[in-house]
Design a protein. Structure first.
Length: 273
């Protein structure tokens, strides 16, 4: 009887697209679910209908506290933590490097080389188009112990979508990665950092945590790359415990300065996840 109940729950999750199974590690390809766990997850779901749909654009700002942490990131945690969203790790002193993978510009392999050499694990937020066109790079990320995460199917502004479309942007990408690479993703970064309370809740209801950032800089314009020396200083000076760095792998500057940035941040006494 118990096995039959589990089978029914799994089938229902597949039909609705939004799985209730709690997955803590994104490299887990198979997860055992019990009827009790499923009921608990269902009980924690947010009632999206009662939430604000006002579009917000996230930015961590430049104001900092005594620990060099951007106050905008701390404020985001306080305001939206109830939706499983964060912009900084307040319970972890280690820093996290994250890369948004919109398209491939020839630098990801070099970045992966550096991360492997320096023994640093990063989080790569993938668009579906990127994953489809660059399966070997995605497989390498997985094989080398990095976390691959969800950046949606089409890079739409999530708060402008109805709930069903918002869900499909997340779960269609989830299904593609699970079916293609055998990975259950659990982290989501909304395109352009745009969100509403409702879109954050839809994300949480799909079993995902929203991850913003506590540091970012203008590195995405391939025709206007920032100066390497200035960028290196900027990244090192911004180091803080629990930091979540947003970087773009299309950046020639990032690929060039990453080894020294990692070394200099470690020299300041910080470590990476």
């Amino acid at each position: 009887m118990k096995k039959k109940t589990i089978a029914v729950l799994l089938a229902a999750a597949a039909l609705t697209g939004c799985s209730d199974s709690p997955v803590d590690r994104p490299d887990v390809s198979q997860q055992t679910i019990t009827a009790q766990t499923a009921r608990q997850a269902e009980a924690k779901k947010q009632d999206v209908s009662k939430l604000s749909r006002e579009k917000n654009g996230f930015g961590c700002g430049v104001q900092k506290d005594e620990k060099n942490r951007t106050t905008g990131a701390l404020d985001f945690n306080s305001r939206y933590g109830q939706f499983g969203a964060k912009a900084i790790d307040t319970d972890d002193k280690k820093m996290t490097l994250t890369f948004d993978q919109g398209y491939e510009n020839g630098y990801t392999a070099r970045i992966l080389d550096t991360l492997k050499e320096k023994n640093v694990k990063a989080v790569f937020f993938l668009l579906k188009d990127y994953a489809e066109k660059n399966p070997d790079l995605v497989k390498r990320m997985i094989a080398e112990g990095h976390t691959i995460a969800n950046h949606s199917v089409h890079h739409y502004s999530m708060p402008t979508l109805d709930d069903k479309t918002c869900e499909s942007e997340i779960m269609d990408m989830h299904k593609y990665v699970k079916d293609t690479f055998g990975v259950e993703m659990t982290l989501f970064r909304p395109p352009m950092g745009e969100f509403s309370e409702a879109s954050l809740a839809v994300t949480q209801n799909c079993g995902y945590k929203t991850v913003m950032w506590s540091f970012a800089y203008a590195d995405w314009d391939t025709n206007k790359q920032p100066d390497p020396a200035e960028s290196q200083k900027k990244l090192v000076d911004a180091a803080h415990e629990g930091a979540i760095y947003l970087l773009h792998s299309v950046s020639k500057t990032n690929a060039e300065i990453l080894p020294k940035v990692i070394d200099e941040i470690r020299a300041k006494g910080f470590e990476f996840n």
